[in-house]
Design a protein. Structure first.
Length: 579
């Protein structure tokens, strides 16, 4: 019986017995509510991305794992740790931080910048050498994507001095800092919008606005008629304004030269404080359905920033399919988030489940390389599994620790700069589609509340993680956290993983087995994948990998990978590096 069939039988039995013991010596409790969540995945959407927590095959929701005697016997000492070889460029391993929920340094229940500073040693020890801070500027909401002052730190997070200290401490550790730059819209409480609306209220009927009298009138999209459902009335006047995301987030008019000059001043302000880059929010919405305009905006701002700092980095949110993402590389900015690989129906989750074959996955990697480089030869892919707008990886993979590890291994062998959402490395959970539930308090410990935040006020308070907190996982060499740590170290040991030109080893690539070579400069590294649930014997003889030796590997629970007489023996869901 195939493992997928075994899992289905286990799940069905669980409905009657409430507990099951089957498959790889694992014993897993399944609650009634958990059992109800077992479902099949839909086919891949045209856009490449959907919200949700479906799975492609029935799997057990794992809340407790018991390691069998056989698994214990299979554990071996890992002997392939190499010297670090970290290149100081814009290829980085990024950690996405929602400051509000990360670490609370002052006991008010809200995360803050000093809390991030206190956890830099943890971030560095994990192997990350870049952090992305979600919005930190003054705002009216918990998520802070509606900016009221672009020259300030939100008072819930601290002060400009706190931010300067954080940047300085990051740079001491060779960690680069990028911040969210929200220029598609501002808050309705921003001074620019408030003054523009006040001017319109005083404007006589039939008279056109004059930017000479109120320069902020050109900063937004105002109309004397309601253009569509995304336009809202300016109270006390006959005018309307555009707000695609929300009535309290009026859209900025990025065609305005006056606004662009102001945004250049804002950029200079933050660059002078030491930031290393921007994450551009909602880039495909600057002007709806106008790729040419939007890419011009990105190019304009990136050119301005690189004039001040040639190493300045920019990564943009283009939540779309691969073809559209490729079009945005026409902007000649370095990175777009790879939404084609992300979320519940993206390539990473599907490959980790095993229903998107390893052979197809490496073909996708080559596809990104070809299509993105065609538009910008200097592109740096920005792959990720999930972010703050998506259900957690643990939910998408039904809390199956092995599949979560597999997804991480796939991510960390992709080209570019991978992004990891805080808490992903410990298997944090989410629930449903409410945004607050995707941004819960980081679980540093399940017993010690030091530094723990309260998380968003509107989040459901009954969401439990199936996995231990950071403190316990650090002590377990086979934990999810330590799998992430080794996977990131492999990137830091082998610069070919991020930067190498990919070539598929066709003779070794079929179904859930695949092999590639990455070439960078005069160095070549082989990567062999087994995404199946079975041990595979991979014969390297008479292939491009012949003569290479093991450089490092990723296995689920301490199992070893062996190369003898030209044959590589790979346990289930493992990845091996050869050189």
């Amino acid at each position: 019986m195939k493992q997928s069939q075994v899992k289905a039988v286990c799940a069905a039995t669980a409905l009657l017995l409430g507990v099951t013991a089957c498959g790889n010596g694992k014993m897993t409790e399944v609650s009634e509510n958990d059992a109800k969540t077992l479902q099949s995945a839909s086919s891949e959407p045209e856009s490449g991305i959907l919200e949700g927590e479906s799975a492609s095959e029935i799997k057990i929701i794992e809340t407790q794992t018991v390691v069998s005697d056989n698994e214990k016997e299979n554990k071996v000492q890992y002997e392939y740790e190499q010297e670090l070889n970290i290149i100081d460029d814009n290829y980085r391993n990024y950690y996405e931080i929602f400051v509000y929920s990360f670490y609370d340094s002052d006991g008010d229940g809200i995360g803050d910048l000093n809390g991030v500073t206190q956890k830099l040693d943890y971030i560095q020890d994990m192997g990350f050498n870049g952090i992305w801070l979600m919005p930190i500027m003054q705002s009216m909401t918990y998520h802070k994507y509606d900016v009221t002052d672009y020259y300030s730190i939100d008072t819930e997070y601290g002060t400009i001095e706190d931010f300067q200290k954080l940047v300085d401490e990051c740079h001491k550790r060779d960690i680069r800092v990028i911040i969210d730059f929200v220029i598609n819209h501002s808050s309705s409480k921003h001074e620019w919008f408030q003054e523009a609306c006040a001017y319109l209220r005083e404007l006589p009927d039939g008279e056109e606005p004059d930017a000479g009298e109120c320069p902020y009138i050109d900063f937004y999209h105002f109309s004397n008629e309601k253009v569509n459902g995304n336009y809202y009335p300016v109270n006390g006047s006959n005018w309307y304004y555009e707000g695609v995301f929300w009535s309290e987030m009026p859209d900025l008019n990025l065609a305005s030269d006056a606004l662009r000059e102001e945004l250049q001043n804002v950029s200079k302000f933050w660059i002078d404080l030491g930031i290393d880059g921007f994450r551009m929010d909602a880039a495909m919405h600057f002007e709806e359905n106008d790729t040419a305009f939007n890419t011009e905006v990105l190019n304009w701002l990136y050119s301005y920033c690189t004039d001040m700092n040639p190493d300045f980095y920019m990564v943009s949110e283009v939540w779309a399919n691969k073809a559209t993402i490729a079009d945005y590389y026409e902007s000649k900015t370095p990175s777009m988030f790879n939404f084609d690989a992300a979320d519940t129906e993206g390539k990473l989750i599907k490959a980790a489940r095993g229903n998107y074959k390893a052979a197809n996955f490496v073909e996708s990697m080559v596809g990104y390389q070809t299509d993105y480089a065609e538009k910008n030869e200097d592109y740096i892919d920005a792959p990720f599994i999930a972010n703050h707008d998506m259900g957690r990886v643990a939910n998408a993979l039904m809390k199956d620790e092995n599949d979560i590890k597999m997804a991480c291994g796939l991510l960390m062998t992709m080209n570019g700069s991978p992004f990891v959402y805080y808490g992903e490395e410990i298997g944090m959970s989410s629930s449903g589609k409410k945004d607050e539930n995707k941004r819960l308090a980081m679980i540093w410990s399940k017993t010690d509340t030091t530094g723990m935040t309260n998380g968003p006020k509107e989040a459901d308070n009954d969401i439990e993680s199936a996995f231990a907190g950071v403190d316990e996982q650090l002590e377990d060499p086979y934990s999810l956290l330590n799998y992430y740590k080794r996977a990131i170290r492999l990137r830091n040991e082998n610069p070919e993983l991020a930067r190498g030109q990919i070539e598929i080893v066709e003779a070794l690539t079929e179904e859930n087995q695949a092999a590639i070579i990455k070439s960078y400069g005069d160095s070549r590294i082989g990567v062999v994948y087994n995404t199946s649930d079975e041990t595979l014997a991979v014969n390297l003889t008479d292939t491009e990998l012949s003569g290479m030796t093991i450089r490092g590997y990723l296995t689920l629970n301490g199992e070893g990978i062996v190369l003898e007489n030209g044959t590589l023996t790979m346990p289930a869901q493992s990845i091996c590096l050869l050189k």
